[in-house]
Design a protein around this ligand. Structure first.
Ligand code: ZN
Length: 857
């Protein structure tokens, strides 16, 4: 495919004055932009900027040289919409040198959540809106003509003309406010030199809480006036602490005088790191003291840390081009856990990093044809497909964590500090980062990391132990081993006290005298799986699980590894279920996440044999019994946050297993919630909602719908959605589905959540799939410009368990492969569902056999 033309190679903008006049009544905006910069490269009769969907109302090119300023006569202004360009054609040659461009422009304000867009909220019974921006990755061009490429760093002088009576926020502090009759003109201090995708503004009726960091940076958390002030306290504390943490960790001060964090009612991604003006979904920023569960608090803290780390990684130093997006996202992904782990060690964030991101990365990366962390970009629309959370975020984060563990924290930090000092306000590629880390560690980081980053996939390391003789080998691991690359090889850090530091060869033999069972990849620091080939060795490692002598990350990765290897055909799934026995006294919450995932996998077999359901339930009931007894229903004073979360998890499993006591207790809890919501622990609220819905209680269904439609609490909205979508009544599912298309009851940002939960629910899957097919065009029309549009084939693939659903998947997506935004995920979906259905068919017998034994006890 042809590469995207880089306008930066022709014109290098250095400073913008941009003024927007926002007319909310007409839902239009107009503006003027003055761009100062340098014409470079070959002389031409035109200068080209990016634009998308703008009407250009005027244009001017002014040349600056020793003769002074000369306006070049403009022949015509030409919009090239397929390339997202506006071309200013002149009669004379434009030679390299200094120029100023002046353009006028206007466009409608659309609701697609990119460029300049409105957010809707209810203040009491009054409908209100904020106007805000989302410019990453390439949506600044929807707002004003500019060189919209990360390398085109410039200073932005922003002014906004808005209605009066609103708060107006930009990247930098306000420089001046001017009343123009009914209108308000707000001008902001110049931004630092930065990329266009980081420019932002938000205005509307908002309130804030403020504080300062120990170095005096002003930190503000904002929400609409419909949100309670106390919901701002927790994020304010975390936002302040994370700036202080990163200043210390990176050894470089936060570069702006203020940091605003804004909760926005309509937001496509989770959050966006605009420099000095970070925007979030309400659910990823606001914490309601009595109502927000511990799990949500931890998630919110990690999102704040993620965006704050970008103020350095991404904003201060930026990738040269989108193919190095991983530098931004991988780092932010790893650092969000590191930062919160430092602030709240009791939350065990690093174990959660391994259980969450580590597994997501491994599982996605085992699909044939998946993209590498570093991926080239050929078409503007492809930029948006890069943001695969499992690869660019999770796998990239895991690889950096592996690297940090390999060279040590001290060298890692020293390298980062040098990297920031050398490249601040500039752009880099991965090579610049490796150079800084190589200098600090004395190791050749590029040759170690490039094979991990530039290619998809990861190795399976097999260790075969025969007395003192050890054989180690590596092979490319895939869900579908037939597609694996048999030549592929990595430098694999073994993280084992008894083995060499790195396995570089395809296989090697050595002789050791192990005093205890050899554990490879201890701490689960590496992005790979381990296979203990001899039965004796494997049993010895499993015994370490049974006696809790293995640390939490190792326990969870052992079970995950067994499950993944089974799906690839290394051993029948019945063996994985047998392994659960070693985990019967498990108390670690991240480990239970994997156990629950294995149970979920076992439940997929029900699509092939409905009778299995009756055997899986008592098995699960028995498995959770010890933890249900230990944790009970009442939070204990001073208990760990892991126990608080584990209680909710094991009780939901117990509810799935239809344990009578659990069902009764949850039903009582729901009644209590309706009388006085504050009597129900936030972490158990979802369980209280879920049980009556599963039981077909119509009054509860209506109650939760009403609750969903009337609250402003994003977390409560999600809990209601998650519970309602567990309905077993297809006609109720249809009722919920029809609401998706009504933005006054379901926000477009939440549409996919309702859809995917109803698809994954086996009682509502068929009607939901049919509805999805019938309403595809609505999704396309509503989301086709959105970064998250490509999640739809991924969600659809996740619920395919049978050959007839493979057919349905093809029927829906085969003719959509020509959509650049969807192509990658549709194709991965083909691979994923083929591999899964083959596995389910292959291992059905083994799973049936396992449960026959299990039910005999
Ligand atoms: Zn990010």
């Amino acid at each position: 495919m042809k590469n995207v033309a880089r306008l930066f190679t022709q014109f290098q903008s250095s400073e913008y004055d941009v003024t927007f006049d926002i007319n909310e009544e007409a839902m239009r905006f107009s503006g003027t932009v003055t761009v100062r910069g340098k014409k470079v490269g070959r002389p031409a009769q035109r200068i080209t900027l990016h634009q998308n969907g703008l009407k250009i109302t005027s244009g001017k090119i002014i040349k600056h040289d020793k003769h002074g300023d000369t306006e070049l006569p403009l022949k015509r202004i030409n919009l090239q919409n397929t390339f997202n360009e506006v071309r200013l054609h002149t009669d004379t040659m434009v030679y390299p040198g200094e120029y100023t461009l002046e353009l006028g422009f206007e466009a409608p304000i659309t609701t697609g959540m990119t460029g300049i867009y409105p957010c809707f909220f209810k203040d009491g019974s009054t409908d209100k809106q904020l106007i805000m921006t989302q410019f990453e990755s390439h949506y600044a061009r929807e707002a004003f003509p500019c060189i919209d490429e990360p390398e085109a760093k410039a200073i932005f002088n922003l002014s906004l003309i808005t209605r009066t009576g609103v708060e107006v926020l930009g990247n930098t502090p306000v420089k001046s406010r001017e009343n123009l009759g009914e209108r308000l003109k707000t001008s902001f201090e110049p931004t630092p030199r930065m990329s266009s995708y980081l420019l932002a503004f938000v205005f509307g009726e908002m309130h804030k809480k403020s504080t300062t960091t120990n170095r005096g940076t002003e930190v503000n958390v904002w929400a609409t006036v419909a949100q309670p002030a106390e919901a701002l306290d927790f994020p304010l504390e975390v936002a302040t602490q994370t700036i202080e943490f990163f200043e210390d960790y990176f050894g470089v001060d936060y570069p702006l005088p203020k940091a605003d964090h804004v909760a926005c009612p309509d937001f496509s991604a989770g959050a966006m790191e605009n420099w000095g003006l970070i925007t979030y979904r309400e659910r990823t920023l606001l914490v309601y003291p009595q109502e927000t569960p511990q799990s949500a608090r931890e998630y919110i803290a990690s999102v704040i840390a993620h965006e704050t780390s970008h103020q350095w990684f991404g904003n201060l130093v930026t990738m040269r081009w989108w193919d190095d997006l991983w530098i931004n996202e991988s780092f932010a992904n790893m650092m969000e856990y590191q930062a919160i782990d430092a602030l709240h060690p009791e939350w065990h964030m690093v174990d959660q990093f391994i259980a969450g991101e580590g597994l997501s990365a491994l599982r996605r990366d085992a699909t044939a044809g998946v993209q590498a962390v570093r991926t080239s970009v050929h078409h503007p629309d492809e930029i948006a497909t890069l943001f695969d959370p499992s690869i660019v975020y999770a796998k990239g984060g895991r690889l950096l964590f592996m690297l940090k563990s390999y060279i040590g924290d001290e060298a890692f930090r020293a390298g980062l500090k040098n990297y920031f000092l050398k490249h601040q306000y500039g752009n880099t590629t991965g090579a610049d980062l490796w150079e800084a880390l190589s200098m600090a560690s004395g190791k050749d980081i590029a040759s170690f990391m490039d094979p991990w980053l530039n290619r998809s996939g990861f190795p399976l390391v097999t260790i075969t132990q025969n007395g003192n003789e050890i054989e180690l080998s590596q092979e490319h691991f895939l869900d579908n081993p037939a597609k694996a690359d048999t030549e592929r090889r990595w430098d694999v850090p073994l993280f084992s006290a008894q083995l060499p530091e790195v396995l570089s060869k395809k296989s090697t033999k050595l002789s050791v005298k192990p005093s205890e069972p050899i554990v490879v990849n201890s701490g689960a620091k590496g992005h790979y799986l381990v296979r203990y080939a001899s039965d004796e060795h494997r049993s010895a490692v499993i015994d370490l699980v049974r006696s809790a002598k293995l640390p939490e990350p190792d326990r969870l990765m052992l079970l995950n590894g067994a499950s993944m290897q089974s799906k690839a055909g290394y051993e029948p799934y019945g063996h994985v279920l047998e392994m659960l026995d070693a985990y019967s006294n498990e108390t670690g919450e991240p480990v239970w996440d994997i156990m629950s995932l294995v149970i979920g996998e076992a439940r997929r077999f029900v699509s092939l044999d409905e009778t299995l359901d009756a055997s899986i339930k008592p098995f699960v009931s028995k498995l959770v019994a010890a933890q249900v007894a230990r944790l009970g229903w009442e939070p204990k004073p001073g208990e760990t946050s892991a126990d608080t979360k584990l209680r909710a998890l094991v009780l939901s499993l117990s509810a799935y297993a239809e344990d009578k006591t659990t069902i009764n207790k949850a039903t009582e809890l729901f009644a209590a919630y309706q009388k006085d919501a504050s009597t129900v622990p936030a972490e158990l609220r979802f369980l209280a909602f879920l049980v009556p819905i599963k039981n077909g209680d119509d009054t509860a269904f209506d109650y939760l719908l009403k609750l969903h439609d009337s609250t402003q609490n994003g977390d409560l909205i999600s809990d209601a959605c998650d519970a309602l979508t567990t309905t077993r009544q297809p006609e109720k599912a249809l009722q919920l589905l029809d609401r998706i298309k009504n933005p006054s009851v379901v926000k477009p940002q939440d549409a996919d959540r309702w859809l995917v939960y109803l698809l994954r629910n086996r009682y509502t899957r068929d009607v939901t799939w049919d509805w999805f097919v019938k309403n595809w065009q609505w999704f396309e029309d509503t989301f086709k410009n959105d970064k998250s549009y490509d999640i739809l084939p991924r969600y659809a693939a996740s619920c395919v368990n049978t050959p007839d659903y493979i057919q349905k998947y093809h029927a829906l997506f085969d003719d959509k492969l020509d959509q650049v935004l969807l192509k990658r995920n549709i194709q991965l979906g083909f691979e994923e569902i083929e591999a899964r259905v083959k596995w389910l068919q292959r291992d059905l017998g083994s799973v049936q056999e396992f449960f026959r034994h299990a039910s005999r006890g």
